[in-house]
Design a protein around this ligand. Sequence first.
Ligand SMILES: [Cu+2]
Length: 177
Amino acid sequence: MTFRLSLAALAATLFLSIPATAEEHPEGMHVHDIYARSMGQVGASGAIFFMIHNNSTTDDRLLSAASDVAERVELHTHKEDANGVMQMLHVEEGFAIPAGEMHALARGGDHVMLLGLTRELKDGDTFPVTLIFEAAGEVVIEATVDNARKPEGGMMMDHGDGHDHGGHGHSGHGTGG
Ligand SMILES: [Cu+2]
């Protein structure tokens, strides 16, 4: 009886913290809001951002990523050093994504880094990326280059350079319903 009660409490907590749209997602790892930024030419670098929802009941971890558009693909994050300068770091251990939780890869924070592009990447180009999870295994996503995309509010740690004419509206990504 106690067990049943605590399960119900857990379920209630989950429903409070997860947007309603989560229920339409399949069981397992769900990756969405995928976009990439790229400096363009062969040999340059780029970065990929997305949201990961772990809809399974297993704690998981994004261990690495792979794509043939770059010589090296690494999991990176940004950290502020003692002088307040943002440093980019290779995160060898990957990103933990506990069961039922989500993890945002966003500008100024965690991202998938493309080092040494093997082909040109311009706005609108799409390319496949394989995400390797400890528990969920390989998940292939499609990234679209969108250099004009604004950083998400709240996740941003950029030292802004003034422009803020996009308004505060967070239009979201759903198709409604
Ligand atoms: Cu990076």
